[in-house]
Design a protein around this ligand. Structure first.
Ligand SMILES: CSCCC(=O)C(=O)COP(=O)(O)O
Ligand SMILES: [Mg+2]
Length: 234
């Protein structure tokens, strides 16, 4: 049983943990779908875009129409596959930089970042969103200052760590930071109970975060995991 000692590292999920699920589903996703046609039209043969197009399976990268249909299908099912997440991050970049997109972090998040850092804790991120998308989100937040990147020590996604519901991914993250070798000195916070389970299997402390708009937690998950509604007690 992992100790409940004070964590040295706070590893944070994004959607449903530091920002509402609705921001991803109702703002970021529609923005990406609205930006896709013009981006494909203008950049289909551009070297800058080719890395995103060529990461797709060949049958879905054969034409702008095929790629658009595949992206719409994946997003309609919230499939968190890396090549889609990379393309989404690319599509969101102009929106963040223009000011059209701003991440609505929950009120307790930015103050806790300051408090955790003063207490000597490290803050890291582990999200299905690409590392590039994570950095855009934390650079353009509703906080003052808007840029919280300086508070964050590292970023992990499904490419540099692995699938979020597999314990081996959390072991990969631990291996990336030998300066914090005790798994139970890490605290992973996520809205997803299966991710919390995987982190605990890797020896981390891990709590389920229950934010407004999150999916209803099962009685089993409430029984199995500590559930927190804010970061107040961390
Ligand atoms: C990094 S902003 C976009 C987040 C995203 O696309 C996503 O799927 C978030 O999933 P999470 O693992 O953070 O719940
Ligand atoms: Mg989440």
């Amino acid at each position: 049983m992992a100790s409940s000692g004070q964590p040295k590292v706070v590893l944070l999920d994004i959607e449903g943990t530091v920002c509402p699920i609705s921001f991803v589903k109702d703002v970021l996703f529609p923005y990406a779908l609205s930006a896709l046609p013009a981006t494909l039209e203008a950049q289909w043969d551009e070297p800058e875009f080719s890395q995103y197009r060529d990461a797709f399976p060949a049958e879905h990268a054969s034409s702008q129409e095929a790629l658009t249909a595949h992206v719409k299908d994946l997003m309609s099912r919230d499939v968190k596959i890396a090549y889609l997440k990379s393309l989404q991050g690319y599509l969101w970049e102009s929106g963040y930089k223009s000011g059209e997109l701003k991440a609505p972090l929950f009120d307790d998040v930015a103050p806790k970042f300051v408090q955790w850092k003063k207490a000597g804790k490290e803050i890291m991120i582990y999200s299905s969103g690409s590392v590039a998308a994570q950095k855009l989100l934390f650079k353009h937040t509703n906080s003052q200052p808007a840029d919280l990147i300086p508070e964050i020590s590292d970023f992990f996604d499904t490419v540099n760590a692995g699938p979020k519901q597999e314990a081996s991914s959390y072991q990969t993250i631990l291996a990336a930071h030998p300066e914090f070798p005790e798994a139970n000195s890490w605290l992973f916070l996520s809205d997803n109970a299966k991710e919390v389970e995987a982190a605990k299997q890797a020896g981390m402390q891990s709590f389920v975060v229950e934010r407004p708009g999150n999916a209803e937690l099962s009685a089993e998950d409430r029984e199995k995991h500590r559930v927190i509604k804010t970061f107040a007690e961390i």
